[in-house]
Design a protein around this ligand. Structure first.
Ligand code: ADP
Length: 378
């Protein structure tokens, strides 16, 4: 059976955070069992630091503005919000925005994820439990098996499901009417969504990386939530090395707090932040060991590229999905790699960052046919 999170509305606007553990204290009227409990990439403090109101969401201004319009229209018409799809790299706030919407509307929220729905019967309880105007959030929606996806089409379009009972000559189909509800899908790979599923989302929003200022604000605000003292320059230093990603900024903030408790007086100063991040192997552009390993693999094994993502993944012994979802988007944005029809290539900037010189024969040519396809990843 698929794991499930159901959040029923409470009047508490702000999450009650235990300042030492960083864990959320769940009010008695809210049952919350994260769909990501056993997922290392979703540490428990994610819940604690997650904004709970739209006004607490920092950055993504245009997206937030459009969501405000959708919310207002839904409230005025007393109809559910149109189905909404968020896409963008991990940790940018897809789950956050999805969870804020039902809170703003005062409706129920259910969470599941594509990989945990292996058959239509796994999805059925979510659909039948969905109350009028409630939100069903499906993370990693690009990983829904085809049978589940097809089962969802009538549910999204006409709020009904077709259930087949028995088989062969005795088979009969029952139509079950559902309450009008909203599906919010999240994906790191909108390109992998089938056209019929994508078309059923009337609203689609792309989340992009955050600016240094936005991330600094997030770090300062979250330090306050954790009741940890932090200087402005330390918050900026953490933000600078967070790859434009709030989840990363939260991770580094918690690590800096641990470091400050263990090696200092508990206050995160510039010096403490710098030392803590150095110990984690984060460089001044926010690159970590795996990022550098990726760049060095293209240099040493593929002479700077072009190299296919599968070949790089095999060489590094890492799933190509991890490279495409977690490593490449930021390196592309930083201009450290280029995607061309022939494969991935190291840019002059990357050679410089690694303190190496490109061999003359391998100087990066910016051929006319080399397309800068940064956006194509999403
Ligand atoms: P995704 O679902 O895209 O992987 P999440 O929504 O889980 O990312 O975000 C990860 C964490 O980053 C959240 O727990 C939250 O603390 C923080 N976060 C994300 N977006 C924002 C934002 N716009 N403002 C403040 N914090 C954010």
């Amino acid at each position: 059976m698929a794991r499930e999170t159901t959040i029923r509305q409470s009047n508490d606007d702000d999450a009650d955070v235990d300042p030492r553990s960083g864990k959320i204290r769940v009010p008695p009227d809210m049952s919350l069992q994260s769909a990501f409990d056993d997922n290392e990439e979703q540490p428990e403090f994610d819940e604690a630091l997650r904004p709970s109101k739209l006004s607490d969401v920092i950055g993504q201004t245009a997206v937030v503005e459009r969501i405000r319009i959708l919310l207002e229209a839904a409230r005025k018409r007393e109809q559910p919000l149109g189905h909404l799809l968020f896409d963008g790299p991990p940790g940018l706030g897809k789950t956050t925005l999805a969870s804020v919407i039902p809170r703003e509307l005062g409706t129920d929220f259910q969470i599941t994820a594509g990989p945990s729905l292996s058959a239509p019967k796994d999805l059925l309880p979510y659909l039948t439990n969905a109350g009028k105007g409630s939100v069903l959030f499906i993370d990693e929606i690009h990983r829904l098996p085809p049978a589940v996806e097809e089962f969802m089409y009538p549910a999204m379009e006409d709020f009904r499901v077709d259930i087949t009972l028995g088989d062969g000559l005795n088979a009969r189909t029952i139509n079950m009417q559902l309450q009008p509800f909203t599906v919010i899908g999240a994906t790191t790979r909108s390109g992998m969504l089938t056209a019929p599923l994508r078309d059923r989302f009337v609203n689609r929003e792309h989340l992009s990386f955050y600016t240094l200022e936005e991330l600094t604000t997030i770090v300062c605000r979250n330090a306050r939530k954790l009741r940890t003292e932090i200087t402005e320059d330390a918050a900026r230093e953490i933000a600078l090395r967070s790859r434009g990603t709030p989840r990363k900024a939260n991770n580094w903030l918690l690590w800096a707090r641990d470091y400050a408790d263990a090696r200092g007086n508990g206050k995160i100063s510039f010096d403490i932040a710098k030392k803590a991040l150095k110990m984690k192997g984060v460089d001044n552009r926010g690159l970590e060991e795996l990022d550098r390993q990726y760049l060095e693999t293209i240099i040493t094994v593929f002479g700077g590229g072009p190299a296919g993502v599968q070949a790089i993944a095999h060489t590094m012994n890492i799933p190509s999905d991890t490279l495409e979802d977690e490593i490449e988007p930021y390196l592309l944005r930083e201009g450290l790699i280029q995607r061309s029809p022939r494969g991935r290539m190291i840019t002059a900037e990357a050679w410089k960052h690694l303190g190496q010189k490109p061999p003359k024969s391998k100087q990066i040519e910016r051929d006319e046919d080399d397309v800068d396809s940064r956006g194509q990843l999403f």
